[in-house]
Design a binder for this molecule. Structure first.
Ligand code: NAP
Length: 219
């Protein structure tokens, strides 16, 4: 249970979450246990710089699905830092904002997918970024990292933590395709998320969603 005092070890679960699924939730729970984390903050991206905005659902849809998915876990919370910041979402800004909120004594563990972390050398202010947190990459079993990536972390005095999570066989891309093809997504996402997707007619058409937040929301 999260106590009233400020959490010291904070997992920062960054992702587009379009939609959030059980692979993400299992990853966060496993990392929480492995790294003795007090609180996992799910941080849905506002405007991912590496994606075509027409192919991403509105940030409020993604935020609300994340809230519904995490509601029953007392160690999980959802942060709006990336959703509410103007402009494109860069992890350097996420970690700086969270550092301001939680103070210098907090230890941050940035958790995301291995395919995303594999590009970290090209992220904005990468050399500063790597010093602001520990980085945990969730991989599907059998995933092999480029040795260059580990070496890059070592050059900055850090280690990239790898965690194999079988549930990461579930993917947001596959879920969107399944909805479009009118296939079941039961047991891929929490029930509330499935209802939310159906009620708001998400993922029925290709490339029609937008981060512009002009979609009407039913919840
Ligand atoms: P992505 O390119 O959509 O995802 C790459 C892979 O990682 C996918 O297989 C994805 O699976 C998986 N993944 C994404 N988030 C995950 C999570 N929290 N836990 C486990 N697997 C996850 O990546 P993204 O979601 O847009 O971005 C991931 C994070 O990296 C975000 O916080 C984003 O802001 C940050 N990022 C920062 C920069 C930058 O600062 N320049 C650039 C890129 C990304 P699913 O599709 O199933 O989620």
């Amino acid at each position: 249970m999260v106590t009233q005092s400020k959490p010291c070890r904070i997992g920062v679960m960054g992702g587009t979450f379009d939609p959030i699924h059980y692979g993400h939730l299992v990853t966060a729970e496993v990392v929480r246990g492995e790294f003795d984390i007090d609180l996992v903050l799910f941080v849905p991206s506002g405007v991912p710089p590496h994606k075509d905005p027409r192919q991403v659902s509105s940030k409020e849809h993604r935020y609300l699905m994340t809230v519904f998915a995490t509601l029953t876990n007392p160690f999980f919370e959802v942060s709006r830092v990336d959703i509410d910041r103007e402009g494109e979402t860069y992890t350097i800004d996420t970690l700086r904002d969270l550092r301001k909120l939680y103070g210098d004594e907090a230890e941050l563990f940035f958790i995301t997918g291995a395919d995303a972390i594999a590009e970290i050398m090209d992220w904005k202010n990468a050399a500063e970024l790597v010093k602001l947190a520990e980085f945990v990459a969730a991989t599907r079993p059998g995933y092999q990292f480029d040795r260059k990536l580990q070496e890059w972390f070592e050059q900055h005095g850090k280690k990239l933590h790898l965690l194999q999570v079988p549930a990461m066989a579930i993917s947001s891309t596959d879920i969107r395709r399944r909805v479009q093809a009118q296939k079941s997504i039961r047991y891929f996402v929490p029930e509330a998320v499935e209802h939310y997707i159906r009620k708001n007619s998400l993922y029925l058409e290709h490339h029609t969603h937008s981060t512009a937040d002009n979609n009407e929301i039913s919840s």
